[in-house]
Ligand binder design. Structure first.
Ligand code: F6R
Length: 247
């Protein structure tokens, strides 16, 4: 695992976009694994800028997102589908039919999970998987547990995750309690992992994920086992590691 220490969230966003743009240039029909949340916003903004100003071409790119809330349809403003439309799909020249997210209102959620894994595998998995990290160490919505889950699955969000997501909703009761998440097989099958983190709220999770034991109690720690994983973290997120003084 390689750690790129950067000054702040702005640098983190640019660095992640630089790696992603490299993949898009090298392989115009690449598959990108995408994340939502606050952390990737700067990355998507930079990819949009590169598309508009420097002709970075997404026309043959396919994307697969990590997760979606159960119970929110695609038109709900807080659905991850709506997030991707607002921050990425409408801002670059990716073909909307090449953008995949799990369907959080599918009638048969089990079948939806199975189908999502089948589809991702049929595309040969992601060339690059972008990941954020939860304050509790989750990646996608693989929450701390006593075992890793390989397949895409339905998950009950932890109280900490529900609390963390409340900032996007009017009331705590409005925050979805369940999600569909890509499992560890889909994530770890990507050719490259790029995990981004900024701010002191992520410091404990980053220290444990990068330097602690590989354990499902800290789901992100599994990326230590990936042959090509890059962590891009800012000074505050690295505060509890020995890299703290180096940025
Ligand atoms: C989102 C996702 C989550 C987030 C994580 C961090 O698709 O998979 O794992 O990456 O919860 O969220 P932010 O960036 O909002 O701190």
């Amino acid at each position: 695992m390689r750690i790129i220490a950067v000054k702040d969230a702005g640098q983190m966003g640019l660095e992640a976009a630089r790696l992603m743009a490299g993949v898009v240039r090298e392989k115009p029909e690449a598959v990108l694994g995408l994340a939502t949340g606050s952390t990737p916003l700067g990355t998507y903004a930079e990819l949009a800028r590169l598309c508009a100003r420097e002709g970075l071409d997404f026309s043959k790119i396919t994307s697969f997102n990590l997760d979606e809330y159960i119970g929110l349809d695609r038109d709900h403003p807080q659905s991850y589908f709506a997030y991707m439309k607002e921050h990425f799909v409408d801002l670059v020249n990716i073909a909307p039919e090449n953008v995949f997210l799990p369907d959080g209102v599918a009638e048969d959620l089990e079948a939806e999970c199975h189908e999502y894994d089948r589809l991702l595998e049929s595309y040969g998995f992601a060339d690059l998987q972008l990941l954020g990290i939860g304050t509790n160490g989750h990646i996608a919505f693989n929450e701390p547990d006593d075992h890793f889950v390989a397949a895409t699955h339905k998950v009950a969000l932890t109280a900490e995750t529900i609390q963390a997501n409340q900032r996007f909703f009017d009331r705590l009761e409005d925050v979805p309690t369940h999600a569909i998440t890509l499992g560890m097989r889909g994530i770890m099958s990507a050719r490259q992992l790029v995990l981004i983190a900024s701010g002191s709220g992520k410091a404990r999770a980053i220290a444990d994920a990068c330097f602690g034991p590989v354990t499902p109690k800290v789901p992100a720690s599994i990326i230590q086992l990936h042959a090509n994983a890059v962590v891009i973290a800012d000074r505050e997120a690295l505060a509890l590691t020995e890299l703290a003084g180096q940025v």
